[in-house]
Design a protein around this ligand. Structure first.
Ligand SMILES: [Zn+2]
Length: 145
């Protein structure tokens, strides 16, 4: 079985690596004050400097807060009728809102989270349409899956 080519649901928010590299969010770094942002922006929101560099952000972060919605994930073919949503603090500074992988018993504020990609559906070209999400980092949690 060969994997379908993957395309992002929206361009410009995250990478889709070919190999074993983790996907990463696409951010910006202010060249004047070093503040990082997600999503990308051209003007710094902290010091209003008008030049930022494109950077890729860490695929790991810390869960700041989360909730669980007992409705289907919009546009997804997931079987479960519910999904987690959380805010993840990245080491570079941005707080990112994301869909979470796992059930309502799987999350705890302060836990280490890892970014990954989820296939929502196939498009008419046979490509997998993917979004980013975060899941609890099993390596840090002693093997919990
Ligand atoms: Zn700045």
């Amino acid at each position: 079985m060969t994997a379908n080519p993957r395309v992002p649901i929206e361009e410009g928010y995250f990478t889709i690596p070919d190999g074993d590299e983790p996907p990463r969010l696409l951010g910006s770094r202010c060249v004047a004050c070093d503040e990082h942002f997600f999503p990308r922006r051209e003007v710094c929101a902290k010091c209003l400097h008008r030049q930022t560099d494109d950077v890729t952000l860490s695929p790991m972060g810390t869960l700041y807060t989360w909730t669980y919605l007992h409705v289907p994930l919009f546009g997804s073919q997931r079987a479960e009728n519910g999904y987690g949503v959380g805010q993840i603090d990245l080491p570079e500074g941005p707080r990112v809102q994301s869909v979470l992988q796992g059930g309502p018993g799987d999350f705890a504020v302060g836990m280490e989270m890892q970014m990954e990609l989820e296939t929502l559906r196939q498009n008419e070209e046979g490509e997998d349409v993917v979004i980013f999400r975060f899941r609890p980092n099993a390596d840090a949690a002693g093997g919990a899956s």
